[in-house]
Design a binder for this molecule. Structure first.
Ligand code: ADP
Ligand code: MG
Length: 702
């Protein structure tokens, strides 16, 4: 049961004044994802970190403005430029100036009436926001504030700014958060006293106040004691949950899965290629684990295309030889079917039965599959997480293989081993996750690395070019198209807002269509599934030759004959993302190229990122460089700097706290394995606060 003291924080956000069902839904989507069953609660708002702040002491003139840096300007309003009636999707612009220069304020879907009233021509206004440079002129998209002189005088000097979300104005967000902070109860201290004293950390309540009511910029500095404390709280909760989970897994002993190797040998000789050294080594590592009587918990890391699937199959066969069944879990149904296609032939050859179970199966077929599974007639069952519904019963499930691609959130799923008898678990990931991240996301897992690609892959030629040469580039694209090539054109990331991403993609699509003709396609996250499918089909069949896309194509899209990828505003992307995007080409037999189109002026780190991309295609090296660069305080590419699934802790600033949190968790469990007494209660509060209920329940089960 959740400690009662936390109840106020688990009230739905709709209990706040000003948050109706529509906004509540947007907040749920923001905090819990598109198809979450549980609604957003007040606690979610507390941990929503401002991405920056307005310090109204920073009041440069327009000529002194620095692109990308929040500032407040005192300006005169010159003229309004509403979009033409026929094109309501174009932005609404307002031209302003001060004594030193001009600036355009830009609104997407702005209400003309409201803008005319709040920005009267000829008046003085204070505007706060992030200036950006476009075509040698400053503009500011959706300012955080546009106020008169009197109103400006009444504003606080320092104000947190929250990431923009489609449909949610920063002001509404700020108000909701302030109201949520008011409901925060006094919680028991869960941090170990000596640690807290050594680090000079405030209590949780104070730390939350500093975050949302900063006294100055320093309070929002990720290195401030308050921010470090919050990062520790979050990481501590995560590490504690993982440690509880691991204790539980260890408690149930495993089974030694040793086979005759007859089937395995037959399989290996049936594979139409030679396994790489890395594949042979990882197969051996997994095999040794399977043979041990303890339960296996191993992570197989390998870049896209490194050949993880066959490693999974060879390992599966060992479990099958030992008399068990294997579940192979894919992130999507499409990938589940793809696995079946690529494995079935080999399985048929060696006489093992492999099936797929998806939501699309007809009832009769599903019944048949389930029955065959229960009698043990099926050796390997592929599916999505739906495999772990109650209706799916294995005869003897011995090995679960989770193909996570580059998604996280596995640790809940590690408990899936519950379906079998002392089940071994193998997680495969395409993300070359650095060790520190592995620890946060998965806890102490053994790691196998596929650090070598199958021979014969064509390298991808990577160049970076200045956007001043965009005309040249477009000519090159025109030429490539006439030669029958296919091109992805990836549009820039715009400050944390999907809506603006879409806007830049539609603009670029229009632009390229007018220059190149009608064979330019478009795909973005706001299209519905059918439209996306159609856009992909058109590109696959060649009906379109250039595909303008937002980063929706980052995951899993496979068009082997697309061989050029242009990434516009490449300097805004993180290294890992650039690498994933580039991985969309170089999948066929022809030579491929990746063009990183950048806009000056590049920061030093942006420079370094582009250089690394030009020099390397090695996912592991890129991941390490990525971490190193971010460790040096990269501001751009903030989308990636957070730890996945974490709000308060970031890799960039809090890597050292991860180690502290691991120790905190270890110590807490050594002293108090059942989390009993008053101290234990405080730890339970912490776990519930960060949504680690499952770990607490496990305690009870043990
Ligand atoms: P991933 O690690 O991304 O899951 P896959 O397992 O899908 O990679 O393998 C990518 C492709 O490489 C497949 O077509 C597979 O058949 C092929 N492949 C795997 N291992 C080898 C190898 N040792 N030699 C040649 N081709 C291989
Ligand atoms: Mg794969």
């Amino acid at each position: 049961m959740r400690p009662e003291i936390l109840n106020p924080l688990f009230e739905p956000v709709s209990s706040l004044s000003g948050i109706g069902p529509k906004l509540a839904k947007l907040l749920t989507k923001l905090f819990h994802g598109e198809d979450s069953a549980s609604g957003a609660v007040l606690g979610d708002l507390l941990t929503h970190v401002p991405h920056s702040h307005i310090d109204r002491r920073n009041q440069p003139t327009i000529s002194e403005a620095i692109a990308g840096e929040i500032a407040t300007f005192r300006v005169y309003v010159d003229q309004h430029f509403p979009p033409p009636r026929s094109k309501p999707n174009l932005p609404y612009k307002i031209a302003v100036h001060d004594e030193t220069g001009e600036l355009d304020i830009v609104f997407f879907r702005g209400s003309g009436d409201w803008l005319a009233k709040s920005m009267p021509v000829g008046e003085v206004r204070y505007i706060s926001g992030t200036p950006e440079r476009f075509n040698n002129k400053f503009n500011m998209v959706h300012p955080d504030h546009m106020v008169s002189e009197e109103a400006f005088a009444a504003l606080p000097l320092v104000e947190p700014v929250y990431p923009a979300t489609a449909g949610l104005s920063p002001k509404v967000m700020a108000k909701a958060i302030r109201n949520a902070v008011d409901k925060l109860p006094i919680l028991p201290e869960w941090t170990e006293r000596t640690l807290q004293e050594r680090e000079k950390w405030p209590d949780f309540e104070t730390a939350i106040h500093r975050l949302h009511f900063p006294r100055d910029g320093l309070d929002l500095d990720p290195k401030s004691p308050a921010r470090r404390r919050l990062a520790h709280d979050e990481l501590f909760a995560g590490q504690l949950a993982l440690a509880l989970l691991r204790n539980q897994i260890r408690k149930t002993s495993g089974k030694a899965r040793k086979g005759t190797r007859l089937l395995q040998d037959t399989l290996i000789s049936a594979i139409p290629y030679t396994l790489t050294k890395a594949q042979q080594r990882t197969i051996q590592e997994i095999s040794t684990d399977l043979e041990k009587p303890e339960r296996m918990l191993r992570l197989l890391q390998g870049d896209v295309g490194s050949g993880k699937t066959i490693v999974a199959l060879v390992s599966a066969v060992q479990a099958i030889e030992a008399g068990d069944q294997v579940a192979l879990m894919a992130p999507t149904e499409i990938l589940a079917r793809q696995h079946l296609q690529s494995l079935k032939q080999l399985c048929d050859k060696i006489g093992i039965r492999i099936e797929v179970l998806t939501g699309k199966d007809k009832a009769a077929k599903r019944r048949e599959t389930l029955a065959a599974l229960e009698t043990g007639a099926i050796d390997i069952l592929i599916g999505t997480h739906a495999l772990f519904q109650e209706s799916v019963v294995f005869k003897t499930l011995g090995l679960v293989i989770i193909d996570e691609q580059h998604r996280f959130g596995v640790h809940q799923r590690l408990t899936l081993g519950e379906k079998g008898d002392a089940t071994d678990i193998l997680v495969m990931t395409a993300t070359p996750i650095p060790r520190t991240l592995v620890l946060t996301a998965y806890g102490d897992m053994e790691i196998s690395k596929l650090d070598e690609k199958p021979p014969g892959r064509q390298p991808i030629q990577t160049n970076s070019i200045n956007a001043e040469r965009i005309e040249e580039l477009i000519e090159r694209i025109r030429h490539a198209v006439t030669q029958g090539q296919k091109i992805y054109w990836i549009c820039p990331l715009v400050e944390e807002s999907e809506e603006l991403d879409v806007m830049s993609a539609t603009d670029r699509h229009e632009d390229l269509t007018s220059r190149l003709g009608n064979f330019v396609g478009l795909i973005h996250g706001r299209m519905d599934a059918n439209q996306k499918q159609q856009a992909m089909e058109d590109f696959k069949t060649g009906a379109t030759r250039v595909l303008v896309a937002t980063t929706v194509i980052e995951v899993g899209i496979d068009v082997p004959d697309a061989n050029i990828i242009v990434i516009e505003h490449a300097e805004r992307f993180g290294l890992a993302q650039l690498h994933q995007l580039r991985g969309r080409v170089g999948r066929g037999s022809q030579k491929s190229s990746c063009i990183l189109l950048y806009y000056p002026h590049l920061s030093e780190t942006a420079h370094a990122r582009l250089r690394i991309m030009r020099e390397s295609e090695d996912g592991f090296l890129i991941a390490e460089e990525d971490l190193r660069l971010r460790g040096e305080g990269e501001v751009l590419g903030t989308r990636q700097s957070g730890l996945p699934g974490f709000q308060l802790a970031s890799m960039e600033h809090h890597a050292d706290i991860l180690e502290i949190a691991r120790n905190s968790a270890k110590l807490a469990l050594i002293n108090n394995p059942a989390l009993s007494g008053q101290e234990g209660e405080a730890l339970r509060v912490l776990l519930y606060l960060f949504g680690k209920d499952r770990a607490v329940r496990m305690l009870r089960a043990g």
